[in-house]
Design a protein around this ligand. Structure first.
Ligand code: ZN
Length: 132
């Protein structure tokens, strides 16, 4: 089952399944209410292991970014230049992600973004962000 999700492990399978359905989800601690990403076995705030899944509105803001102009690996050669950004998502977590879309290179700190679901070269669906 999980071999259909190349990036999934026991903690993140639900995240990848949701992405395939076009939903961005985070873990939310049943005890202290902390919302976290990436998925983990325990709450990173209070260390309890009672986590539920909550759906994100998929909105956030650019905290920081870099534009990659030299491919780090041959697989990335046809993607440069591309944007890697730290996104402060409305529900609280920070996601390190690609910023995609025709105007991605115009990005500035503080820009509003929304989630988009993009297949990678093997068809795995990756939550990424684009400028609003
Ligand atoms: Zn907690």
């Amino acid at each position: 089952m999980s071999d259909h999700f190349r990036y999934a492990n026991g903690d993140s399978l639900e995240y990848w399944q949701a992405a395939k359905e076009g939903r961005l989800v985070f873990q939310k601690c049943r005890d202290c209410g902390h919302v976290q990403f990436p998925p983990r076995h325990h709450c990173e705030s209070c260390w309890k292991a009672e986590l539920d899944w909550t759906q994100s509105a998929g909105r956030g803001e650019v905290e920081s970014f870099t534009i990659v102009r030299r491919a780090p690996l041959p697989d990335f050669r046809d993607k440069v230049p591309y944007v890697v950004a730290a996104i402060a998502v409305e529900e609280g977590p920070r996601m390190l992600t690609n910023l995609v879309g025709d105007n991605a290179l115009d990005v500035a700190v503080g820009d509003k973004v929304k989630v988009t679901f993009q297949p990678d070269k093997d068809g795995e669906i990756l939550p990424q962000f684009e400028l609003v």
